[in-house]
Design a protein around this ligand. Sequence first.
Ligand code: B3K
Ligand code: ZN
Length: 860
Amino acid sequence: IQVKRRLDYQPPAFSIPKISLTFELADQVTTVRSTLSVEKFDDSPLILDGTDLELAAIMVDGTPWQDYSVDEQHLTLRQLPRRCEIAVHTRLYPEKNTALEGLYQSGGSYCTQCEAEGFRRITYFPDRPDVLASYTVRIEADKTRYPNLLSNGNCVERGELEEGRHYVVWHDPFNKPCYLFALVAGQFDVLRGNYTTSSGREVQLEFYVDEGNLHKAEFALQSLQRAMRWDEDVYGLEYDLDVYMVVAVDFFNMGAMENKGLNVFNAKYVLADADSATDTDYFNIESIIAHEYFHNWTGNRVTCRDWFQLSLKEGLTVFRDQQFSADMSSPALCRVQQAKVIREQQFAEDASPMAHPIRPDEVIEMNNFYTVTVYDKGAEVIRMLFKMLGKDGFRKGMDKYFSRHDGQAVTCDDFVQAMADANHRDLTLFKRWYSQSGTPQVSIEQRYDPERKKLYLDISQHTPATMDQASKRPLLIPIEISALDEEGHPVLLDSRKSLVLELEQKQQSYVLSCEQPFALNVLRDFSAPIKLRFSQTAQQRLHIALYSDDGFSRVDAMQGLYQEAMIRCANESSGQWDSNRAQSLIDAQRVLLNSDETDLALLAEMLSLPSFETLMQLEERIDVDALMRARDGLEPLLACANEPLWLRRFESIPQTDYQYEPLQVAARKLKNHCLLQMMNANPQQYAEACKAQYQQANNMTDTLGALKAAQNTSETLFDELMQQFEQRWHHAPTVMDKWFALHAGAKRKDILSRIDLLQDHAVFSWKNPNRVRALVGTFGFYNPHGLYAEDGSGVRWLTEQLIQIDKINPQVSARLVTPLLSLTKLDDKRQLQWRHELMRLADQPTLSVDLSEKVHKALN
Ligand code: B3K
Ligand code: ZN
């Protein structure tokens, strides 16, 4: 096992300006003929990457070449002339490829996934992002079974071959790294659209979907058109080819892939209609379609020098898709969801053996670093820049970045430098966010002097050691702050409605002039990915929830209230509630339920408890049982206390013709939360209402709303509705994923035997990552009762599945192992159980590199 280090980077000693590839697709075996034009800068041997390839021939400038050697990972060619043409023929077996990396089969079609290092599974090549080449690709296949033959760029030739075969030739005029290569062959229905760029270029938009699914791709097509317009409006970035293709496949390891001009998508992020997709599905489709499109500039035109720089394209592109989603839907709700991801998942990663900076220093398996740290914390780091430089300053920086680096493979430093230069700002200290891992803890102490009308703030920061880095230094942390008076009106701070304090040192004091504030609204807009310690009374928190003009802060204030109460209840009375303890929460919810709040989505968020997974991140060690008891106990308590109000709100939201639009989304969100609370309060009484909603639902959001309301409140109703769901949807595996997930997330004694049974379900398949994630992933990530079962049965079950999955698809097993890595937070007994299971994994004779990197980190 080999560790790669960021600081060991060496530029390539050659260039490959051109590659031409011919794929002969045939049953069982595919032949790949590759011709590389090579220019060497010195006399060292040419080392090409290649994994699991069958080498058939090597020629240099047309004659067979003998001076080479091959091992498991490389083809090394010696004594080559400085300029030459190397032809390499290889054979591969896509049908046997269950890892879904390189060339593989999905359903009846061929497709590829090359990022990060999958191209070496297709042909011998320097599989690194800083080797940019121009690609010409010829695909040959049976014409009836594979009428659609696709690759990157523009189609330049097509024709017939013998024996019912045909061929198509593609040329991509833009130089690209091999991770952006793609090939697809199959039989699809094509939804066509078009787009005219602001400079008048006509672009054909094509969505390739399984036969019969055309109407389900309409929303994705419209999302693409919106994203194309948005990137022109906001960043002045236009599309650069004549055609933009999106292919939806069922077998895919993640969400989607931004291959130049030929995106490959997990079908669940392309296909939607009201009957089968939820509001969240629609949101995700729009945002992922945009994300992959935005990569055309941030990722493809300007790419990464090496994989340690992954956040260069991912953090930035996530930030861009977040901006887009905010413009298309509810900005406040978006921000709330983004903060949730950071607090629930990224903080967990920081606290785990997989802790790493957004620009990692050491990597064994690159696929293990497509993480919430690189992506989402990476986006938060970009967002902080945006906050500090302002909209116009940020845009100037982006313009500079593109004018300097278009067509290049660059580093995170290059990006920050462009931002710094365009704004004449020294960002040296800011760059530390790229090299330091961990979650900063910021504490704020406040004092007000009524005579001088001065607010004194003492702010300190401290980042606890992480498993990858022992010592930490202060960071540049922007903290956005405002204040409210007793009536809920804004109080000016230094004559401004809100301020961004740029904390730079371990400890800093601020003096702000202001009239007597009643409540301070700090970390507005989640202005930094930190944990904040700031003590406030329940009254102050409710005040912010009611009157802040920042949606994130309103929800955050309520979350703070719930969290504090639950943690205290867990620590002081081992999770048992008495009526006093919950009273301020009940009162706050009553005020909110009675308010004339018009943003129903925010209202729903303010009325929802933080997830158990978020609570886990609040303290260094957790009494799982007490905390779970506290959360489980609080839900029905709050539900019962305001029962009539939940019902009234529920009844106030009528069913309408389904549309995916912000107001409707918000109303459904609140309605379904109310239904859940009604069922929490009194399942007998509201079973009929729940059932009625299920049966009358005209959209999947309401269908799922009913199922979730029954999931943990009434086993009989849940089973009855789940049976109906299965009858209606058993023919649609992607929809059945929701059903598998509902089963796997249920809190019930017999959970393990139920999910064991489900593995034999006709629709289930170990080879399909969506199915496996729905069943095994949901259990591991979102069924704390199952996972933390005292006898260790949950974690044992998860381990057994991982052993099996790892033999099929290491990327999937390495992702699903995540819950097993967070053991240090647990009590001694569970730590032992967790360790035992990790050791069991480590002892597997054929553990994948992916899984082994994580397991060994956790055991160290
Ligand atoms: N760039 C791809 C992710 C590739 C993951 C490789 N294991 C999708 C995206 O972030 O847009
Ligand atoms: Zn991306």
